[in-house]
Write a protein that binds this ligand. Structure first.
Ligand code: GPU
Length: 820
């Protein structure tokens, strides 16, 4: 993303062997003896050799963008979750076998050296992982696209389980340095906070504004490269890191305040220090708003700098660029661009606003009211005084328009206002994003419908053409080809290799579901994956699980709406049933959980504790442990997910209908041949349509029924009274059954389900859930039936490729074209 090299300076493509280059780098780049490289040296040597090859391609692709005058896409996201790089990059660049040859010489496997790599946890969950899947597809489709985010020094915390409870440990992922990331210490951008706004008049007498003073923090780029799948294309994700402002530090030095100046330096670097560990529920802290503005301001500088080099008039900015906002987190980009155009480029309001509204597009990822971002006006006024003025002016003009067009609806302006009048005035970031964008999309059909009908209903009438749906997708490279090698081989044997970039090809295995030999091979692949997971569980948790049991997995962030509770309640009732009927034949089951809770989300942490207490009790009961196991895998992340996904028989997607915007874990499991037990929520509905209703287990209240039931007055105590099995389970939770000597350990959970009104309708869906599980256990026993369903799941999942999703964005929203 630096200046493109002139043709004569262009590097020559590498033609030495990958292994030779790795050895070269061990000596000359790492400064280590390369005579008998150990695992670490082999890993880092390989990384540098792979990186060389990516950089060559990247440089030529950048040159191409300029030469072809391409329209560029800027994808702004406060989170990215790329997972480990080495294997993925080898795969994309077609360098796997060369890497194997090199490693074999030193008796290492790729698996072994992958242990050296640490995973960048620069995101919380679905939203960050989606950004990474989309970056992969953009590179694979050859789009002129740039990812932008923050290089957090500390990623999402590492989760340990101690005495059954989550403990958060810092994730110092950069402690060894990281050669996948290239820092660019030259050409830093100054980013301002606080300060004051001065007014002045230009020669025409127009009132102008100038934001001055305050604190300056420098933004330094760190570039991370994303190769397309075997197409010679490489894009880049630019992650900004906060650096101290030199002059400021110097002036303090001169004043003799050495310690004071060092403290200032530390304060400035804080901005990019740590990722906020909340998901679907923003924390209204000043530092978070600083992070948002910091990365957005630096990004808009990059965009404007590149545009200016083209020497085109400003009204062509949206013809040559488009900015996709991943949630409202980067939506301060809208007033920031207004500020640049108005105050620095001295363009008039109307033209500036016209440019903005044609440039930005906004993706919404949640309808949870507590997750819709707002910022106190008072904070915004202090931290970003000019932006607050601009937001007021955007709002004034917008509301004037609304009043004009909707004369007979006097309440409408206050409902759609960018600023809400409560006890504390706040800026509603989603309203800002809607008013300032030409496209607003939801992430599944149901979610977009809910945005239309409820959450943004007023805006649909004001901007009917702006709203659209883009159902999420996942990259088949990481989520099938890489994580499920055995199944990938089987697929390629029958389909050829094109499915990796054309996932609809999977349809062609539908007919093989009737082929006994294919079904046998399919089952063997699944068993291999399950054994690998069983080994991992044995190593990590010291518990032996039966690879022939049903592997039932719920792996995702802990949130009440995702209802891990519903799952545990059912496990306890299965346990009760077994104890009461020791002679009963039951399909052996292994229930596996993984996921982190936000450190301040007490209820979610209690649910983790409950699962671990129930697991301890069940796993140690000699009467049940051959048929029932409960496993909590600590520190769920992308790497662990890659191990879980291909080994899962039953995928738990059981959010309260209407609450999960889309879900993407649901897609990963089904793509790998798991059967879903799920509610009619998010993308589950569309998965059902694609894989066939016979091949998915949908249960429980649908979104409308949830609303109706709540409106009618839902009383969880009624269910408690009438369902004896459920009551027994709840009473156990409300006693010291799982926490001997401490009967109140889970009273918070008990109360939330009963006196608290059961906001997420756990009890309401309980019976349907338990019955569905019974059907699953029965059908799992019929191997032919189950494997057939498993194959039909994979066969139907082509639609959920992120290549399809990105193509839809490209055609309907971005208007960018592949350049390969
Ligand atoms: N999501 Br908002 C997050 O992971 N974090 C967030 O802060 C917000 C949404 C998720 C949704 O919960 C999930 O349903 C969706 O699949 C995912 O974003 C990607 O769209």
């Amino acid at each position: 993303m630096n200046e493109p090299l002139a043709e004569s300076e262009a590097p020559q493509a590498r033609n030495s062997a990958l292994g030779e280059d790795a050895l070269w780098h061990i000596l000359y780049s790492l400064g280590r003896d390369n005579a008998h490289p150990d695992k670490h040296k082999c890993y880092w040597g390989l990384v540098l050799a792979v990186r060389d090859r990516m950089l060559e391609k990247w440089a030529s692709v950048q040159r191409q963008y300029y030469e072809n005058d391409d329209k560029r896409l800027y994808y702004l996201s406060l989170e990215f979750l790329p997972g480990k790089f080495l294997r993925e990059n080898l795969l994309s660049l077609g360098l796997e076998s060369e890497a194997h040859t090199f490693l074999r010489k030193y008796s290492f496997s790729l698996d072994q050296i992958m242990d050296v790599e640490c995973e960048p946890g620069l995101g919380n969950g679905g939203l960050g992982r989606l950004a990474s899947c989309y970056m992969d597809s953009m590179a694979t489709l050859g789009l002129p696209a740039f990812g932008y985010g923050i290089r957090y020094s500390y990623g999402l915390f590492r989760q340990e389980i101690r005495n059954g409870r989550q403990v958060e440990m810092p994730d110092n992922w950069l402690h060894e340095g990281n050669h996948w990331l290239i820092p660019r210490p030259h050409g830093l951008y100054p980013i301002r906070f606080y300060g004051t706004v001065h007014e002045w008049q230009d020669d025409d007498g127009t009132l102008r504004h100038d934001w001055r003073g305050g604190d300056i923090v420098m933004a330094m780029a760190n570039d991370m490269y994303v190769p397309g799948y075997r197409n010679g294309h490489v894009n880049c994700i630019r992650l900004w890191e906060a650096r101290p402002h030199k002059e400021f530090v110097l002036s303090s030095f001169n004043a003799g305040d050495y310690i004071g100046s060092v403290q200032e330096k530390i304060k400035d670097e804080n901005i990019s220090m740590v990722l906020y560990p909340s998901d679907d529920a923003p924390e209204g802290k000043t530092l978070r708003l600083k992070q948002q503005y910091f990365f957005v301001a630096a990004t808009m500088r990059d965009l404007v700098r590149r545009f200016k080099k083209l020497n085109k008039p400003w009204d062509q900015l949206p013809e040559k660029n488009v900015v996709q906002l991943n949630e409202t987190h980067p939506s301060i980009a809208i007033p920031e661009l207004m500020r640049i155009l108005l105050d620095e480029e001295l363009i008039c309001w109307e033209d500036s606003w016209f440019i903005c509204q044609k440039l930005f597009a906004y993706t919404n990822h949640t309808i949870l009211p507590e997750a819709l971002e707002t910022w106190p006006v008072e904070l915004m006024e202090r931290l970003l005084p000019r932006h607050m003025q601009i937001i007021y002016e955007i709002n004034r003009r917008f509301l004037e328009d609304v009043r004009l067009h909707f004369r007979d609806e006097p309440d409408l302006p206050s409902r759609v206002s960018l600023i809400s009048d409560g006890p504390e005035k706040v800026v509603r970031m989603s309203h800002l994003a809607i008013v300032g964008s030409f496209s607003i999309n939801g992430v599944s059909a149901l979610h977009t419908q809910i945005l239309r009908d409820r959450v943004f209903h007023d805006f649909i009438r004001i901007f009917p053409d702006r709203f659209n749906n883009k159902t999420n997708g996942i990259t088949p490279r990481r989520w099938l080809r890489q994580c499920n090698v055995s199944l990938s081989w089987l697929l390629s044997e029958h389909l050829g290799c094109d499915w990796v970039t054309d996932l609809d090809q999977l349809e062609r295995i539908r007919e093989l579901a009737d082929d006994e030999e294919f079904r046998h091979d399919w089952e063997q692949c699944r068993l291999t994956n399950k054994k690998r997971l069983a080994d991992h569980i044995e190593k990590r948790n010291g518990i032996t699980v039966n690879p022939h049991s049903i592997f039932d997995v719920q792996a995702k962030r802990f949130h009440e709406y995702k209802r891990q509770l519903l799952n545990v309640l059912h496990i306890i009732s299965l346990y009760n049933h077994l104890r009461k009927n020791p002679e009963v034949m039951m399909q052996p089951r292994t229930f596996i959980f993984g996921g982190k809770a936000a450190p301040s989300y007490w209820m979610a942490k209690d649910i983790i504790y409950l699962i671990n207490c129930v697991a301890r009790r069940i796993n140690s009961d000699p009467h049940t442990r051959n048929v029932l196991k409960v496993i909590f895998l600590a520190n769920y992340n992308i790497s662990l997910s890659q191990l879980l996904v291909p080994a899962t028989d039953v995928s738990e997607q059981i959010s309260t209908a209407g609450y999960e915007a889309s879900g993407t874990g649901n897609m990963k499991f089904a793509l790998n041949g798991a059967l879903t037990i799920g509610t009619r929520d998010g993308a589950n509905i569309e998965i059902g349509e694609r894989v066939g209703q016979d091949n998915i287990y949908l249960f429980g209240l649908c979104e409308q029924e949830v609303l109706d039931m709540r409106n009618r007055g839902y009383d969880p105590w009624e269910l408690y009274k009438n369902d004896g099995e459920l009551r027994e389970v709840l009473d156990m939770i409300n006693s010291d059954e799982f926490t001997p000597g401490n009967p109140t350990a889970f009273s918070g959970i008990f109360n939330s389900l009963l006196s608290g009104g059961d906001r997420f309708m756990v009890l309401a869906d309980y019976r349907a859930y338990a019955e569905t599980h019974q059907r699953i256990a029965h059908e799992f026993g019929d191997r032919e039936l189950w494997i057939r369903k498993s194959i039909l799941n994979t066969a139907g999942m082509g639609f959920f490729s992120s290549d399809r999703a990105v193509r839809e964005y490209m055609d309907d929203i971005w208007g960018v074209k592949p350049d390969v």
